[in-house]
Design a protein around this ligand. Structure first.
Ligand code: FE2
Length: 364
């Protein structure tokens, strides 16, 4: 086997560009149980933006807003609405990661540079991926600070209670019709990922809409990026709706792992997070399909959690409604019990649920 030219330790952070980072950070603290750990803005000598860094176990979210019109951040928000700008990857060598990918055809976003403060140093570099999204490479082996140089450690004025969110399981991109294979090839050739699974429109279609999806993964399997493109259906597919409102390709959903999905989802609901709904009849079919599981069927039904099984085990999953007014980014909560797949058995029920929401928005 060839040596991995882009070893990745995991997801370093996910940065969102938003219209109002102060309020967005409270949403993720209150509703999702993240803790505020670091901040950068005018009070720390940054004049043009404010960024809030939130953490829960291994997950780090950064919420950034522009303080002026016309900036790159403000333009991004004007065009896309609130959304994911950066899927940052934690590496041991950000210079080598940049060079190895750029020599294979990656478009550079910024060249490697070192940032320092009293807690040590970090090397950052970045390349472009689909839409206006970036992959930043973060080398932090000589850094002991809260996040990155320039950020000061901060605490919230209230105590937020974590809800059992553990790590980023996968991040899904929606790309334009005919572009799925281009981006799969990008991850294979430029980043050394391999193709894990292919779903075609026979796997993922309903009466109305269809999509195609391929999942790529890095060498150690810590990073999984499914890439979706719309497929021809009778009506507008959910991917087309996303592309119409995000104004191009971008991150569709972030799947976060928990080891107690019933607790996590009941807390999210209690705090006001809304989920897609599958009808009662889903549970009549699923018990036969999935067989024995450790969780209580009553609890799963009560929380409207979906279940699927593959050769290696089973998984429990649920999807939020979009977390912005535009029907764009949403979250998946997933608990894996051996299964390494993505819930193919739930696609039909799920897409019918998405279409009910699309119809309510007048987009079907
Ligand atoms: Fe997913």
């Amino acid at each position: 086997m060839q040596k991995d030219f882009l070893p990745i330790n995991g997801t370093d952070h996910i940065e969102f560009y938003v219209g109002n980072a102060k309020q967005a950070s409270l949403y993720y603290q209150h509703c999702f149980g993240f803790n505020l750990v670091a901040y950068a803005g005018p009070e720390t000598g940054i004049r043009d933006r404010a960024s809030y860094v939130l953490q829960q176990d291994k997950i780090r979210l950064v919420l950034t807003t522009s303080l002026q019109p016309g900036s790159e951040i403000a333009e991004h928000v004007a065009r896309h609405g609130d959304g994911v700008k950066v899927l940052a990857l934690w590496v041991d060598d950000a210079t080598k990661s940049f060079n190895e990918t750029v020599v294979r055809g990656a478009q550079p976003a910024f060249a490697p540079h070192t940032m320092k403060d009293e807690f040590g140093e970090v090397v950052l570099s970045a390349i472009r991926t689909y839409g206006d999204t970036l992959h930043t490479f973060v080398e932090r082996k000589y850094y002991k600070g809260a996040f990155l140089p320039g950020y000061k450690p901060v605490k919230s004025t209230f105590t937020s209670t974590p809800i059992g969110l553990k790590y980023v399981d996968h991040c899904v991109g929606n790309v334009e019709l005919g572009k799925m294979n281009t981006w799969v090839e990008f991850y294979e050739k430029v980043m050394g990922f391999s193709l894990l699974i292919t779903f075609d429109d026979k796997d993922i279609s309903t009466e109305y809409s269809a999509l195609m999806s391929k999942v790529v993964s890095n060498g150690n399997g810590y990073i999984k990026f499914p890439i979706n493109e719309p497929a021809q259906g009778k009506k507008k597919s959910q991917i087309e709706e996303y592309l119409d409102f995000y104004k191009g390709a971008g991150v569709q959903h972030i799947a976060i792992a928990t080891d107690d999905i019933i607790h996590t989802v009941s807390e999210l609901r209690r705090r006001g997070v809304e989920f897609l709904y599958v009808p009662e009849t889903y549970y009549e079919d699923v018990m036969g399909r999935v067989g024995e599981i450790n969780e209580s069927w009553d609890e799963l039904r009560k929380q409207n959690i979906l279940i699927d099984r593959d050769e290696e085990g089973y998984l429990l999953q649920i999807f939020t409604k979009p977390v912005e007014d535009r029907p764009t980014l949403f979250f998946e909560i997933i608990e894996r019990n051996g299964a390494k797949s993505f819930g193919k058995g739930n696609f039909k029920a799920l897409f019918e649920s998405i279409e009910r929401e699309q119809a309510l928005r007048g987009n079907l």
